[in-house]
Ligand binder design. Structure first.
Ligand code: FAD
Length: 319
């Protein structure tokens, strides 16, 4: 079932959903299930599964020589989606990237999704690779998320890249795209970023999921500004509980966002007590979630990033 249909069916009640990251290759999938199992009590309507960019690894060749190889350390997005769907009877939402994929390869992914009966996905550009100063699409790949949305929408209309092949069953993908209440770090301004978001919606995106934020005011203003330029699709807020003191530096740097002073102070007041910091993150996210739900957020979507104990505590309080 489509994410947007779940939202319609909920009739104004906020849903629970979350995002997981595939394990590093070689790790047992059971660890992932162990983290998901306790979250299923809260009946998520869908689970997002991220896709990671490829990266360089260095292989020792002896004599002090290293060979540089490009690899994906966390493959398996589509396989994990299929496995979660069957194990938990839940809809899954693979993230599909421009970065690192040709349009042809993207088409193969879409064909796999159609065969598996996965009808949701989030279309993203992807970040630049660690060694790149800016995003570079691969040859024959999509440049921006909007181009990927157009490609997916063309398939929804029954057209492959190579139009000589006829499609007798069109897919009907429900397309999510990313939105940034505090602006994407490359965008010249929040207004211009919002216009880019509108382009994605006009190209066929059915809903928006936001980057994490810690001040609900930013989300409410974003939703209002989006409405004012004609974005009428659901905008799902993304929430991440602070879990360690280092997040005070890492999250603003990596995700280009502000942390409220009160949250920073609460974390610092824990004086390095790891449990207490985790608890601060949980309580902050509970308050955020309650306010978002009271304001009618379609879904509250949690970034679990590996460990789920804190999301379980939040969900217990709010769902
Ligand atoms: P775009 O919408 O293409 O925007 C990228 C930048 O280009 C923005 O600054 C935008 O304003 C600008 N822009 C857009 N269109 C144009 C245009 N035509 N001309 C000029 N400028 C333009 N990354 C991963 O690698 N894997 C994931 O699974 C993943 N999941 C994510 C989930 C969510 C909910 C979010 C919010 C982010 C996720 N990301 C993921 C990170 C995302 O890939 C990065 O933030 C990336 O830098 C931008 O992706 P985008 O889809 O928003 O790009």
């Amino acid at each position: 079932m489509k994410v947007t249909d779940h939202i319609k069916e909920a009739n104004g009640k906020s849903l629970f959903s979350f995002e997981i990251v595939p394990p590093v290759k070689g790790q047992n999938i059971q660890k992932l299930y162990d983290n998901i199992d306790p979250l299923m009590e809260f009946k998520p309507k869908f689970i997002d599964v991220t896709t990671s960019r490829e990266e360089y690894v260095y292989i020792e060749k002896g004599n002090g020589l290293l060979e540089r190889k490009m690899t994906r350390m966390r493959p398996g997005t589509v396989g994990i989606c299929a496995s979660l769907m069957h194990k938990y009877d839940v809809d899954t939402v693979p993230h599909v990237l421009c970065g690192g994929f040709t349009k042809e390869e993207t088409e193969y992914v879409l064909v796999d999704l159609q065969y598996l009966g996965i009808d949701n996905l989030v279309a993203l550009r992807g970040d630049s690779m660690k060694h790149e100063s800016q995003f570079v699409p691969c040859e024959g790949g999509n440049n921006y998320a909007v181009d990927l949305v157009k490609q997916i929408n063309r398939m929804n209309e029954g057209k492959f890249l190579n139009e000589t092949v006829e499609m007798d069953t069109k897919p009907d993908f429900c397309i999510g795209v990313a939105g940034y209440p505090e602006k994407h770090f490359e965008a010249p301004s929040l207004d211009s970023d919002l216009l880019r978001l509108k382009e994605k919606v006009d190209a066929g995106a059915d809903y928006v999921v936001t980057q994490m934020f810690f001040d609900n005011k930013k989300y409410f203003e974003f939703v209002e500004a989006a409405k004012n330029i004609g974005i009428t699709v659901p905008i799902i807020p993304g929430i991440k509980p602070i879990a360690v003191e280092r997040h005070l530096q890492i999250l603003p740097k990596v995700f280009s966002l502000d942390l409220p002073l009160a949250l920073e102070k609460a974390v610092l007041d824990c004086k390095g007590d790891k449990q207490a910091i985790r608890q601060v993150g949980i309580e902050w996210a509970i308050e955020q979630s309650k306010e978002l739900m009271a304001a009618g957020a379609p879904t509250v979507h949690y970034y679990s990033m590996g460990k789920s104990d804190n999301i379980v505590k939040i969900a217990r309080e709010v769902f």
